[in-house]
Design a protein around this ligand. Structure first.
Ligand SMILES: [Zn+2]
Length: 203
């Protein structure tokens, strides 16, 4: 009798979710698959052999990728991180300066709305002002992780303009702006340049 020996790889689904597919380029459903080599005489998987590790399979294009692909943010996560980050930066800046100042609040509302949070208003500012700075900082950091250098610069400049709305920067506002810059991953010298340039442009 003729015996056809074979080794096949069999995949088993061990998880599901949404990820950014590097192949078809968008937010897609994925299956996390555990692969295992099988001894397959006559093409029938009969004896499980060694494990081959996990892979992520896109449910749209069927492409398979390393599990590390899951660390990339989805477009939706990126889209929500930015307004949340600007909102947190506005709160950090306002609390360091004049949280009750109408012009500063109006500037914050205008900026955060433009960054993609249409419902942001005076009440939202009040709610954010009682949030612990460490949590606000995490939001800024998360936004910074998705921003290119130029976008970080613009983000910081927008925070500076919020701080300037109630008049020249005071020491507390400067410290808050440097803290925002650090959370964005900008060097102190770079941040200082952006702050000073934005101050100069507003005069
Ligand atoms: Zn895909």
């Amino acid at each position: 009798m003729l015996l056809v020996f074979g080794l096949t790889v069999v995949f088993r689904t061990v998880g599901e979710g949404t990820f950014h597919c590097p192949q078809c380029g968008g937010d897609r459903a994925y299956r996390r698959r555990a692969a295992r080599r099988w001894f397959s005489p006559f093409f029938v998987p009969l004896v499980p052999l060694w494990r081959l590790g996990h892979a992520v399979e896109c449910r749209s294009c069927r492409g398979r990728f390393p599990v590390s692909t899951l660390r990339a943010a989805t477009a939706q996560q990126m889209a929500s991180a930015l307004p949340a980050g600007m909102r947190a930066a506005a709160a950090l800046v306002l609390r360091s300066g004049a949280p009750e100042d109408a012009a500063a609040r109006a500037r914050a509302v205008e900026t955060v709305t433009r960054y993609g949070e249409p419902d942001y208003d005076d009440d939202a500012i009040d709610a954010d002002l009682v949030v612990a700075p460490v949590f606000l900082g995490q939001e800024v950091e998360r936004a910074g992780a998705h921003l290119a250098v130029e976008a970080k610069e613009w983000f910081l400049a927008e925070a500076v303009r919020i701080a300037l709305a109630d008049g020249p920067l005071d020491e507390g506002e400067r410290q808050a702006l440097h803290a925002v810059a650090e959370l964005l991953g900008m060097s102190r010298a770079y941040a200082l340049g952006v702050i000073v340039t934005t101050e100069g442009a507003s005069r």
